[in-house]
Ligand binder design. Structure first.
Ligand code: PMV
Length: 322
């Protein structure tokens, strides 16, 4: 029996954002979303099932972790154990090449890698759809990192129908413009709840995002990168307007973020196809055609540290040891 498994997963950047839950226990989203899994910033996670352990343990980036990070991992492993009919605890060792908590979706790559490694270590044979549903329980956006390239996460009606799968899209690149590597002040988990509870704009976000997702899927299928970018930037700025409308307000955008947004607008004025999106943090991601990516990265180099990303692989098992 396999006792140890290692998986690698990459973060994804949403072009139609997931913001708000319909069901917090099952992690069912208020709306569907669409993203590109990246080929940079992998998370590598090894799960070793060990019947001699009396509790789960977590090592994150070389440091033994307790408290909230360990609790989240242990609760996730409880789901896997329930599916596998096991009571054995596990040691989880994970390394992130992405700055943790800076709004670059480390929870997406983290729970996608954990889902794949834990399923294998506990001897579950899950389909990609089942792995996406499982990863979703750890962190909503992780459902999309199971999938290579562009993924649509269907909001679904229940656990079974809320999963991510691939969707046809034009070739694209993203320039990740990092302006800050600090942990974000309010986690997306906390901020989503506050948004749903206190923003008067939340119902409009839910109805408009469902419509936005339909237009985005069509624009992707048509290969219309300019329209994809325009829809993505509008959707991201709507999400930040929504977040800023909480009580008490939350603001992830900083002066440095706005500086990058100004540059993106200037690039467009010069005729370059470039559109911005921003997750729950200050860092900006610029969507562009692959051939323009290096030039855009060079243009932004004095206002952010930049890295070009391309569509990357879905979460996958790299090693199992019986
Ligand atoms: O999956 P979570 O809880 O890390 O939330 C992700 C939220 C955003 O990154 C802001 C949007 C998204 O769709 O990835």
């Amino acid at each position: 029996m396999t006792q140890r498994a290692t998986a690698v997963a990459h973060p994804n950047i949403a072009l139609v954002k997931y913001w708000g839950k319909r069901d917090a226990t099952m992690n069912l989203p208020a709306t569907g979303s669409l993203s590109m899994t990246l080929d940079v910033f992998p998370t590598t996670t090894t799960v070793t099932v060990d019947a001699a352990l009396d509790a789960d343990t977590l090592e994150l980036d070389g440091e033994e972790r307790t408290g909230t990070p360990l609790d989240r991992v242990a609760r996730f492993l409880d789901l896997v154990r329930a599916m596998a009919g096991s009571t054995a605890h596990a040691r989880v060792v994970t390394t992130n090449a992405v700055p943790t908590g800076a709004g670059l979706a480390s929870s997406a790559s983290g729970f996608a890698a954990l889902a794949v490694a834990a399923a294998a270590a506990y001897h579950l044979d899950l389909s990609p759809r089942e792995l996406s549903r499982l990863a979703r329980r750890g962190s909503g956006s992780a459902s999309r990192s199971i999938v290579p390239g562009v993924a649509v996460w269907h909001a679904g009606d229940d656990d079974e129908t809320s999963f991510a799968e691939g969707t046809p899209a034009p070739d694209m690149a993203m320039v990740i413009a990092t302006v800050e590597e600090r942990e974000k002040p309010v986690s997306s988990r906390v901020a989503m709840v506050r948004t749903a509870e206190t923003s008067p704009f939340f119902p409009a976000w839910v109805t408009s995002t469902a419509e936005t997702l339909e237009r985005m899927v069509d624009a992707c299928a048509a290969g219309d990168l300019d329209l994809v970018g325009r829809i993505a930037e509008t959707n991201a700025l709507r999400m930040h307007a929504l977040i800023q409308s909480c009580d008490p307000p939350i603001r992830y955008l900083t002066a440095a973020s706005l500086g990058v947004l100004d540059r993106v607008e200037a690039l467009r004025a010069q005729g370059v196809l470039a559109y911005a999106t921003i997750d729950a943090g200050p860092n900006v991601v610029v969507l562009c055609a692959p051939d323009d990516a290096e030039r855009i990265a060079a243009d932004l180099a004095d206002v952010a540290s930049t890295l070009v990303a391309r569509p990357g692989p879905g979460a996958r098992l790299v090693e199992t040891i019986a």
